[in-house]
Structure formats: structure tokens, C-alpha cells
Write a protein that binds this ligand. Structure first.
Ligand SMILES: Cc1cc2nc3c(=O)[nH]c(=O)nc-3n(C[C@H](O)[C@H](O)[C@H](O)COP(=O)(O)OP(=O)(O)OC[C@H]3O[C@@H](n4cnc5c(N)ncnc54)[C@H](O)[C@@H]3O)c2cc1C
Length: 440
């Protein structure tokens, strides 16, 4: 009798279940460790695997949004997550939403009944030997986080502090100026939105009055010094932001020859310069309020938000520093990370990350070459961003068209997304066909 190659997966959430399904589908025996029902994170409640801890929506279906494309790609690639989503779908307009209990039940049954998957209900506190995928999510247990310390060092974070990101082509460049403070760096690294005194004071008043997201019980202890929400800074006094993230000193507007009363700086987020973040603008304002208030800023009136701001309890690693594009740990190729702990943000993104980790862990066990999706696909663009973006300011990211390599030549803005989606679909077919990635 020949024994199947084996891998271990820690965490039976969205990423862990997808990874287990993909690996087992390729003939690899999987031990999937899940700490529920013996131990629950502060947000998990059900003993089932693949529990949705908050919304029951997987966001839009249309290819106008990159998350729609990502779901489409996962469907084409034979994802368990998408099969269960389609099986348990409830009406939700243009979104894919599911009956959460049914969704978790369907996945739990499929995983538990798979002849090559063994589910072990225990909290992992020591890394198993052999090939291991760590998919313990944003609320990884404390004991495992401690065990990961020697592996990840200071590159393990427990809270995200996310500033909004806007797409470059939605910024009105006629209203802003390029400059670095005191001309440092390349001299013009930042885009600066200048505000006159009246605009500034109106903006500060709106920040203070805005609707905020209430912290969950387990998030109340978040220590905000160093990543204080912008609206809390605003509440400390009208001048506070002018001495913090809206400091105008050293930024002369070439159009007026003087410093503005206050400035919001936008910093390039990715190599392609398709995305910019609002520096220091992490926030707990609700999403509609963020859209309304940040569009008051000069140059951002038509801003398209690739990501909105937040502050959460969220365990994640600095993936660009620690991971290879295959999601293997640099220098420890037997260990892979998957899901939200890698810095992807969202249910669909976590499952997508699990999909790739599962395939690659299986290929590693089978001594086959590993697979990387083209960066022109939603799956490839997401994982390329996570593993290769600038690591100093790394914060979690959801999939969006700003992560994709630009199209060659000039393309009208309203046609761009359709063309990016078309290119992605063609490249995915080509890649998957060549990889002979068919599920057994
Ligand atoms: C409170 C909260 C709300 C969120 N709401 C949304 C939302 O509405 N929409 C959205 O798209 N995204 C949301 N997210 C973000 C993210 O999409 C989800 O957390 C998603 O479930 C992440 O998938 P995952 O597989 O990485 O982790 P999880 O789905 O959390 O799976 C991790 C699993 O690992 C287990 N585990 C942890 N430590 C151990 C251990 N040591 N040993 C064994 N098992 C362990 C956990 O019990 C859990 O089952 C939310 C996150 C949080 C924290």
C-alpha cells in the first residue's frame, strides 16, 4: 500500500476549508485542526466550520467590481467556497448573499465526509511537523500567536489601522499639487489637497459630527496612540489635525506660492501608481460618512474608494516581508500562510488565498512545481499585492481594480473595468489550462 502525501492545516475557517478541499482534491491527505467547539474566538459562535462572523454577504456579483470577478474566477477554478455560496444563496439584489447557517453546514459536511480529510477539533499551540498551512484568521488564538513569534518576529500585528484608498484616475489633479514636505525624497512624492481655513474648519466639524462604527466588546481595549482615528484627533480641538496628519508646513503650493491653511497628503499605494492612500486618515466613521466627508476635500470630489478606512482587532502578518508569492514563509518553505492572517481583507479574498495555498501545499507534497496565477487576474493581482507591496506601510487589502497592472495604451475610463475583466478571464483560462490544474 502506498501512503498519500500529507499536509496539516490550522484553522477551519474560510481559507482553511478551501485549502483542505483543494489539497484533498489533488490526492493529498489533510489533517485540518479547528479549535471550536472547545475554544471560541470572541466573534465565533457556531461549532460549524467556515462560519461567517458578521455579514452574510459576499458583496457584488457584477464584473464592474473586482470582487465580482474574483468570485467568477473562483467558480471557474472549482472553489468549494463558491459552490457552497451558490447552493445556499438568498436574494440580495446585485450581491451574492447566503443563508449563513446553511452555508457553514454545507461546507462542514463536505469537509467532514471527504475521505482524505481528517478534522481534529483542538487548539493548536505548537506548529505540527511537515507541510503546514496556517489559516487561523484575524482572531488567531493567543497561544498560537505566541508560538508564531519566533517565526514572524515583529511582523505580526494585532490591530489594523486602515486609511482610505482612492483610485488615481478619480483624483482631480487640477485641484491638488505634487510635493514632498521640504522637498525631501524624490521631491514630489505626495499628492497634496490644500484647504483654506474655512474649508478646514467645516471639514473638522463634519469629522466630529460623523456617524461612527461602535467598537465590539472585544475591541474596546484597542490602544489607539500612534494610530488614533482621525475623528478622535479632530475632537481634541480644532487645531489638532493641523499639527498632525493635516500639517501644512513645508508644503508650498506652487500655484499660490504659499503654504495652505491645512493639507491632506495622498501617498502612492502600489507600484503601478493606480492607488493613493490618505496619509494618517485611519477612521471608525461609517462607510457612507467616509464617502460623504472625504469627498469634501479639494481634488477628491469624485473620488472612487478602492478601500474605506477602519480600525479593527485583526491578527495579520507583514506578508511582503515574510512571504514568497506562493504564500510560503521565506526560508521555511514547508510553512504557508492563508486567509485574513496574510493581510487579505474579506470573506471572498480569504477563501481565494486559501485556494492558492491549498493547491501549492498539495503540489509541494507531490513534489510538483508551484503555481502562481498571472497578476492580470483578480486572484493573481491580490496575491501579488499582498506579497510584494511596499512593506513599511503594509495594511490589509481587499481586491479592487486598482491592484491590476494597467491596460496597454489609452482606454476610456468607462471601458476600463470591462477590459480588465476580459483580459483577466482570458489569462485565467490560459494559465489554468497550461497548469493542468484539474481537480481529481
Ligand atoms: C469581527 C469580524 C467581522 C468581520 N466581518 C466581515 C464581513 O462582514 N465581511 C467580510 O467580507 N469580512 C469580514 N471580516 C473579515 C474576514 O473576511 C473574516 O474574518 C474571514 O472569516 C476570514 O477568513 P479566515 O479563513 O482567514 O479566518 P476565519 O474564518 O476566522 O477562520 C479561522 C479559524 O481558525 C480557528 N482558529 C484560530 N486559532 C486556532 C488555533 N490555534 N488552533 C485551531 N484553530 C484555530 C478559528 O476558530 C476559526 O474557525 C470580519 C472579521 C472580523 C474579526
Amino acid at each position: 500500500m502506498t501512503l498519500s502525501p500529507k499536509i496539516s492545516i490550522i484553522g477551519g475557517g474560510l481559507a482553511g476549508c478551501e485549502a483542505a478541499w483543494q489539497a484533498a482534491g489533488r490526492g493529498v491527505a489533510v489533517t485540518l485542526y479547528e479549535m471550536k467547539p472547545h475554544h471560541y474566538s470572541p466573534a465565533h459562535q457556531s461549532p460549524d466550520l467556515a462560519e461567517l462572523v458578521c455579514s452574510n454577504s459576499f458583496r457584488g456579483e457584477s464584473l464592474e467590481n473586482a470582487v465580482g470577478l474574483l468570485k467568477n474566477e473562483l467558480r471557474c477554478l472549482g472553489s468549494l467556497f463558491m459552490a457552497a455560496a451558490d447552493e445556499t444563496r438568498v436574494p440580495a439584489g446585485g450581491a451574492v448573499a447566503v443563508d449563513r447557517d446553511l452555508f457553514a453546514r454545507v461546507i462542514t459536511e463536505k469537509i467532514e465526509q471527504h475521505p482524505l480529510i481528517t478534522v481534529v477539533r483542538e487548539e493548536v499551540t505548537k506548529l505540527p511537523s511537515g507541510i503546514v498551512i496556517i489559516a487561523t484568521g484575524p482572531l488567531t488564538s493567543d497561544l498560537l500567536a505566541e508560538e508564531l513569534r519566533p517565526l514572524v518576529g515583529d511582523n505580526l500585528y494585532f490591530y489594523d489601522a486602515i486609511a482610505p484608498i482612492v483610485t488615481a484616475d478619480s483624483i482631480d489633479l487640477s485641484r491638488i499639487f505634487r510635493a514632498s514636505r521640504y522637498g525631501k525624497g524624490e521631491g514630489a512624492d505626495y499628492l497634496n489637497c490644500p484647504l483654506e481655513q474655512e474649508e478646514y474648519e467645516r471639514f473638522v466639524a463634519e469629522l466630529i459630527a460623523a456617524d461612527k462604527v461602535a467598537p465590539r466588546d472585544f475591541e474596546k481595549a484597542i490602544h489607539f496612540e500612534g494610530c488614533m482615528p482621525v475623528e478622535e484627533l479632530a475632537g481634541r480641538g480644532v487645531e489638532t489635525l493641523r499639527f498632525g496628519p493635516m500639517k501644512p508646513v513645508g508644503l508650498t503650493d506652487p500655484r499660490t506660492g504659499r503654504e495652505a491653511h491645512a493639507v491632506v497628503q495622498l501617498r502612492q499605494e502600489n507600484r503601478q501608481a493606480t492607488l493613493y492612500n490618505l496619509v494618517g486618515f485611519q477612521t471608525k466613521m461609517t462607510y457612507p460618512e467616509q464617502r460623504r466627508i472625504f469627498r469634501m476635500l479639494p481634488g477628491l470630489e469624485q473620488a472612487e474608494f478602492a478601500r474605506l478606512g477602519s480600525l479593527h482587532r485583526n491578527t495579520f502578518i507583514n506578508a511582503p516581508t515574510l512571504l514568497e508569492p506562493s504564500q510560503q514563509v521565506k526560508g521555511e518553505p514547508r510553512l504557508l500562510f492563508a486567509g485574513q492572517i496574510t493581510g487579505v481583507e474579506g470573506y471572498v479574498e480569504s477563501a481565494a488565498s486559501g485556494f492558492l495555498a491549498g493547491i501549492n501545499a498539495a503540489r509541494l507534497a507531490l513534489t510538483e512545481p508551484l503555481l502562481l496565477p498571472p497578476p492580470t487576474t483578480a486572484l493573481g493581482a491580490l496575491v501579488a499585492h499582498i506579497t510584494s507591496t511596499e512593506s513599511r506601510h503594509f495594511q490589509p487589502m481587499n481586491v479592487n481594480y486598482g491592484l491590476f497592472p494597467p491596460l496597454p495604451g489609452r482606454v476610456k475610463k468607462k471601458e476600463r473595468r470591462a477590459q480588465l475583466a476580459q483580459r483577466a478571464q482570458a489569462d485565467l483560462q490560459g494559465w489554468w489550462g497550461e497548469s493542468r490544474g484539474d481537480v481529481r
